[in-house]
Design a protein around this ligand. Structure first.
Ligand code: NAD
Length: 272
C-alpha cells in the first residue's frame, strides 16, 4: 500500500475505534529541534560518552544528591544545557495533530516517553509522562511531585517537606518507573482497541512492553484484535516482530496532521 493509502487506512481505523491511545517517543519531538537518542542524529548515536554518563546518573543521586544536582544544573557537566534547550522548544504539527484527535473524541490518552512537556503545550489533556518531566521534581521517599518553580535550588540538594532529597521527576537509566504512571499506562494498554505508536525506536523497556500487552493481553491465549499502527522514520522491532499491523514510514510532523485531517473528513461525512 502507498503511504497515502496507509494514512487513509489509519484515519478509518481511528474513527472506527472505541478507545484509541497514542504511545509517543523522542522522534515526535525532533521536528521541534529536540534531538532524539537513537535516531541518525541522536544524542547517543553521536556521543557515546554522554550515553555512558547517563547510565551513572541515578546511582550518583543515590550516593551523592548534591553532586547529582550540580551535574544536572550544569556546573559539572552539560546536561543542564540539554534541559534548557528542551524548555525553549515549541510543539510541532505532530503534537498538535494528536491534541486535535483528542478534541475530536477519538484519542483517549497519550502515553509519552518524552520529558519535554510538548504534548501538554500543544493542548493534549490526558497525558501520562512515563519517564517523567523536566518541569517537575519528585521525592523518592514519599512520592510527592513539585513544580520546578515551587522549589528553591539555592541550597543543594533541594528537599521535600518530608526531609528527603528531591530529584528531577525524569526517570533515569536503572531507575524504576513510578508506580502510579506504570499502573495507569498498563490499564490503558489493556483497555484500548487501537494503539497509535509515534516516533519511538521501541527498544526502551518497560515502555516497549505496552504495545505487546495490547497485542497479547495476559491471561488470554493468542492475539487480540487490537489495531496497532506505527508512524516512524524507520522500521522498529515492533515492525519486524509483527506486533504492529502496519508501519507508516515518514515524519510524524507530516503524517499525523494528514491522519487527523482525514479523520475529521470521515467523521464529518458520517454525520452528514
Ligand atoms: P529513540 O531516540 O530511541 O528513537 C526515536 C525514533 O524516532 C527512532 O526510531 C527515529 O528513527 C524516529 N524518528 C526520529 N525523528 C522522527 C520523525 N520526525 N518522525 C518519525 N520518526 C522519527 O527514542 P525513544 O524510543 O523515545 O527512547 C528514548 C528515550 O529517551 C525515551 O525514554 C525518552 O524519555 C528519552 N528522550 C526524550 C526526549 C524528549 O523528551 N523529547 C528526547 C531524547 C530522549
Amino acid at each position: 500500500m502507498s503511504t497515502e493509502d496507509l494514512i487513509k487506512q489509519a484515519a478509518t481505523d481511528l474513527v472506527e475505534s472505541n478507545y484509541s491511545i497514542a504511545l509517543t517517543g523522542a522522534g515526535i519531538s525532533t521536528e521541534s529541534n529536540v534531538p532524539d537518542f537513537r535516531g541518525t542524529k541522536g544524542i547517543w548515536t553521536t556521543d557515546k560518552e554522554a550515553e555512558a554518563k547517563a547510565y551513572e546518573r541515578y546511582g550518583l543521586f543515590l550516593r551523592d544528591p548534591k553532586a547529582y544536582w550540580e551535574e544536572m544544573l550544569g556546573s559539572r557537566g552539560t546536561y543542564g544545557g540539554f534541559y534548557e534547550e528542551i524548555r525553549k522548544a515549541e510543539p510541532n504539527p505532530g503534537h498538535y495533530a494528536l491534541a486535535e484527535l483528542e478534541k475530536m473524541g477519538i484519542l483517549k490518552c497519550v502515553i509519552t516517553q518524552n520529558i519535554d512537556g510538548l504534548h501538554r503545550k500543544a493542548g493534549s489533556e490526558r497525558v501520562l509522562e512515563y519517564h517523567g518531566s523536566i518541569d517537575k521534581l519528585r521525592c523518592l521517599s514519599c512520592g510527592s511531585r513539585l513544580a520546578v518553580e515551587e522549589v528553591s535550588l539555592e541550597e543543594l540538594p533541594p528537599r521535600c517537606k518530608c526531609g528527603a532529597a528531591l530529584k528531577y521527576d525524569v526517570v533515569h537509566f536503572k531507575e524504576s518507573i513510578p508506580l502510579d504512571v506504570m499502573e495507569g499506562s498498563e490499564k490503558e494498554a489493556l483497555k484500548c482497541d487501537l494503539v497509535l505508536i509515534c516516533g519511538t525506536s521501541a527498544v526502551v523497556y518497560p515502555f516497549a512492553n505496552l504495545p505487546k500487552m495490547a497485542r497479547y493481553h495476559s491471561g488470554k491465549s493468542g492475539l487480540t484484535n487490537v489495531k496497532i499502527i506505527e508512524v516512524n522514520a524507520e522500521p522498529t522491532p515492533l515492525t519486524h516482530e509483527g506486533i504492529s499491523d502496519y508501519l507508516i514510514q515518514g515524519k510524524t510532523g507530516e503524517v499525523l496532521p494528514k491522519i487527523a485531517e482525514e479523520g475529521r473528513r470521515i467523521s464529518h461525512k458520517a454525520q452528514d
